[in-house]
Write a protein that binds this ligand. Structure first.
Ligand SMILES: NC(=O)c1ccc[n+]([C@@H]2O[C@H](COP(=O)([O-])OP(=O)(O)OC[C@H]3O[C@@H](n4cnc5c(N)ncnc54)[C@H](OP(=O)(O)O)[C@@H]3O)[C@@H](O)[C@H]2O)c1
Length: 274
């Protein structure tokens, strides 16, 4: 299948850093669309051989994913961003688009990050750690919806996805990916507005259509960022406890990953691929 994003060579290459629920799903769907996908995790390409073969991607290191791609999608726990190689984007051309899907979960997974707690948008913090501008996208849809709920343009009730960032061309390219993946694209403004699609906000993971998503982005209240996040973490904690009573004695804050769950289906969808 031909793709519409322009690459440096004949085909557009997309490197996914993170091969958990969301990274795997993005890799799988983008490979299906005809993109040349490489995928990486923290444990090295050997550990990804079977998954990569299944989804039609190349298993690589995070460095290779960053250096050999037209678009790099960072899809790892927020706290792990500082574990990425320091020179990850050294010598990577400015034209390479970096997408950030990360959500900050201080209680359940990431621990406290002061700058974000003081009000810096999650993705601005990620951009500073990476030393590169990022486009925030795919953070406000569950992997299960991304996998199963894409529909052709014009379908009634088609789910919309927003992207926020400063670089118009990069954002337009990401919004074209959104469209190709089966969702209506919505421009959510600059990175300074990206808090509107952060964890627990009205525009977060509610599978809204374009009109409803725009309304939800507009109605988000800046003073409630921490409250939105805390409520969502409480909701996740509750569903995790309900589904894993045997873990009730252990601290969910120590859990290596947040188990993303759709509030509608209560179907667990999360955890790194093993
Ligand atoms: N799952 C969802 O539905 C969803 C939806 C929207 C946004 N998000 C956000 O997207 C991000 C990824 O979520 P997820 O659910 O896919 O997480 P996950 O299932 O826990 O997977 C995390 C992935 O990140 C990799 N990773 C961790 N540290 C790394 C490092 N230093 N270098 C390279 N890879 C590293 C892990 O590799 P190893 O297993 O080898 O350690 C694993 O493949 C998170 O920030 C999450 O909050 C998730």
């Amino acid at each position: 299948m031909s793709t519409t994003i322009e690459g440096n060579g004949d085909q557009v290459s997309i490197g996914v850093i993170g091969a958990g629920s969301l990274g795997e799903t993005l890799g799988r769907q983008l490979a299906r669309l005809g993109y040349v996908v490489s995928i990486s995790n923290s444990r090295g390409p050997e550990s990804l051989a079977a998954l990569a073969a299944e989804i039609g991607a190349k298993p690589v290191s995070a460095t290779e994913a960053a250096r050999a791609s037209d678009i790099v999608i960072v899809s790892i726990p927020t706290k792990a961003v500082t574990d990425l190689p320091r020179q990850l984007f050294a010598n990577v051309p400015d034209s390479v688009i970096v997408v950030d899907t990360c959500n900050y979960h201080p209680e359940l997974r990431d621990g406290r990050i002061d700058a974000i707690d003081r009000g810096m948008p999650d993705s601005e913090w990620v951009a500073r750690q990476l030393g590169r501008p990022v486009i925030k996208a795919f953070n406000n849809i569950f992997a299960s919806s991304l996998l199963n709920k894409g529909t052709p343009a014009g379908s009634p009730g088609r789910i919309a996805l927003s992207a926020a960032g400063e670089q118009p061309d990069a954002k337009a390219a990401v919004l074209r990916l959104v469209e190709e993946l089966g969702f209506d694209p919505v421009d959510a403004g600059g990175l300074n507005e990206s808090w509107r699609q952060q964890t627990g906000a009205p525009a977060y993971c509610r599978d809204l259509d374009a009109a409803a998503l725009r309304r939800a982005l507009a109605e988000a209240e800046h003073s409630r960022i921490a409250d939105y996040r805390a409520r969502e973490e409480a909701r996740i904690r509750q569903s995790m406890s309900a589904q894993a009573p045997q873990q009730s004695g252990s601290s969910l804050a120590d859990s290596p990953s947040v188990r993303y769950q759709s509030p509608r289906t209560s179907r667990p969808f999360g955890g790194a691929s093993k």
